[in-house]
Design a protein around this ligand. Structure first.
Ligand code: SF4
Length: 316
């Protein structure tokens, strides 16, 4: 069991929609990213950058990973992600290699927006992982700019080419995530153009995702199951999946330090009570009690949304 320790760069393990019980590793601080997606659940990008740097020293992350893996049951995946874009951390390759050397049986997954895949060094670093989940939300530069609001040095064509090149070189699996945002990228022309690019990338799986938490601007809504199904019908591709409920894991590795675990989780992204019950595997009453005691923590907020009340701790 975990000692009462609040990790700075690790979170979870959480029952990921896609990966089962996944231990998250955060490689850049909130919020450094190459783009500034309108739907981002982490919040607005405060440092828009395309320059890989030593954002968090590899040794600090390795120390936490070492501690976690020594005191807890192995997760289904180690998932490298970030409160922003993980490939902006110049130590990405070293961190992946560290997990593989120490826990060869735990697959490593990297969640990236893919905008730096045209850089050979980034492709090389990612090639050490087992699974890469890049994103593609637009087939045209206009829609890319509307949804993803990129850094001015990101060239849309180079981004697409990076995805195509990486997919051709990579030996592991690629699950391409397409985030559908009604009113932005769900018109027929864009969807048909997206289908063409998806075929060029040729990923193992295409995951259709949509909004289920507050985004960074008002008046966004998630696509309904019916709308997502219509997109699948239009595309007629046999590797497309709608991301549904969290995949169930047969592992029960819930954290014992509830209050710390809740604090870590809602500092990263807003969650409803129901989300926290599913993440932590505890009863509503206990989570409710902890949330009540966190109400006095600086930055604690409750936000009413269509899916319910979301709890979050904003950075001050
Ligand atoms: S790429 Fe991810 S972290 Fe960056 S703005 Fe988009 S959703 Fe947020």
């Amino acid at each position: 069991m975990t000692k009462e320790r609040m990790y700075k760069y690790l979170f979870g393990p959480i029952p990921s929609r896609r990966l089962g019980m996944s231990l998250g590793v955060d490689l850049v601080p909130k919020k450094v990213c190459t783009i500034d997606c309108v739907y981002c659940e982490v919040g607005r990008t405060t440092q828009l950058s395309v320059q890989p740097k030593d954002y968090i020293a590899a040794d600090k992350i390795k120390e936490e990973l070492n501690h976690y893996l020594k005191h807890n049951q192995a997760p289904d995946y180690v998932t490298i992600t970030a409160s922003g874009e993980p490939s902006l951390n110049a130590n990405l390759e070293e961190i992946i290699a560290f997990v593989k050397q120490n826990e060869a049986n735990i697959p490593v997954c990297v969640i990236t927006n893919g905008t730096l895949l045209n850089d050979k060094k980034v492709r090389e670093a990612l090639s050490k992982s087992d699974l890469v989940l890049p994103s593609l939300d637009a087939a045209t530069e206009k829609v890319f700019r509307m949804i993803n609001r990129p850094h001015k040095e990101i060239n849309f064509e180079a981004y697409l080419q990076g995805l195509i090149d990486f997919s051709a070189e990579f030996k592991g699996d690629i699950w391409l995530e397409v985030f559908i945002l009604p009113g932005y990228n769900d018109h027929k022309e864009e969807l048909l153009a997206l289908r063409e690019i998806i075929q060029k990338i040729n990923p193992d799986i295409v995951q259709l995702n949509t909004l289920d938490r507050p985004g960074t601007i008002d008046n966004l809504r998630g696509a309904t199951q019916d709308e997502l199904q219509k997109i699948m019908d239009l595309w007629q591709l046999d590797n497309v999946r709608i991301i549904a409920k969290a995949k169930q894991s047969n592992k029960t590795i819930f954290r014992s330090d509830t209050k710390t675990a809740i604090k870590e989780t809602i500092s990263r992204r807003p969650c409803t009570l129901e989300d926290l019950v599913s993440i932590l595997g505890l009863c509503e009453e206990e989570i409710d009690r902890c949330l009540a005691s966190l109400a006095f923590v600086k930055g604690f907020e409750k936000v009413e949304q269509e899916r319910g009340v979301f709890y979050q701790i904003r950075e001050q």
